[in-house]
Design a protein around this ligand. Structure first.
Ligand SMILES: [Zn+2]
Length: 211
């Protein structure tokens, strides 16, 4: 439903506070912005920006992918032990020599869950690791430098890609300067990743409760 349609149908109830739109992502109350403006495009707005909801940032919101909250298949697929392991193994690999503990991995899964990234329309299991890595900065304690992963293009474009060629940028901030390199990913590469060296069961399930 567009803001215009909403306003047409529910304006009087909305003004009385009887009906209000909610964010499909964070479930918070939204308000109508710019509905009677001639210069601004009307939109639904969050009352406050929140780091748990990308849609609450109006600048970013227009570039964000749509959500499919009925798609539990992707979570089922992710929870297959082999897939969880591959996601972990590849995150670790892309971090290079930086320590990547399992608790850190679960922390990323938890953040991803809070932000509903598993419900991005078009998300495939082999793309998950890329998005996980962009959720936080990492620190290489031993050599004292920061690592940040950035999606180069619009996320929505990335999600429609068959392979993620040069789609993710790995930026290392050393004291002496910044090193940048691009990383590729394909479904085949994901599938052929060796996860056999992980000797115990990964359990992300408890971090994937419905918000
Ligand atoms: Zn929201």
């Amino acid at each position: 439903m567009t803001p215009e349609e909403f306003s047409k149908k529910y304006q009087s109830e909305y003004e009385k506070g009887l009906i209000y739109p909610i964010c499909p992502n964070c479930r918070k109350k939204l308000h109508l912005y710019g509905i009677s403006s001639l210069t601004q495009k009307a939109r639904f707005d969050h009352l406050n920006q929140s780091s748990n909801c990308e849609l609450s940032d109006p600048k970013k919101a227009k570039d964000f992918p749509s959500y499919d909250f009925n798609n539990d298949e992707i979570i089922k697929e992710y929870l297959i032990q082999e897939n969880q392991r591959k996601v972990y193994v590849l995150c670790k690999k892309l971090l290079g020599n930086t320590k990547f503990e399992y608790c850190k991995f679960y922390e990323l899964i938890e953040i991803a869950n809070k932000r509903n990234i598993f419900y991005y329309k078009g998300l495939k299991v082999w793309m998950i690791l890329y998005i996980l890595l962009t959720l936080q900065d990492f620190k290489n304690e031993k050599k004292d430098y920061m690592i940040r992963f950035v999606i180069k293009d619009l996320l929505v474009k990335t999600l429609n890609g068959e392979s993620l060629k040069n789609e993710i940028q790995k930026i290392e901030k050393h004291r002496t300067g910044t090193k940048t390199r691009y990383i590729e990913m394909t479904e085949d590469f994901f599938k052929s990743t060796d996860d056999s060296w992980i000797k115990f069961i990964l359990n992300s399930e408890r971090y994937l409760r419905k918000n």
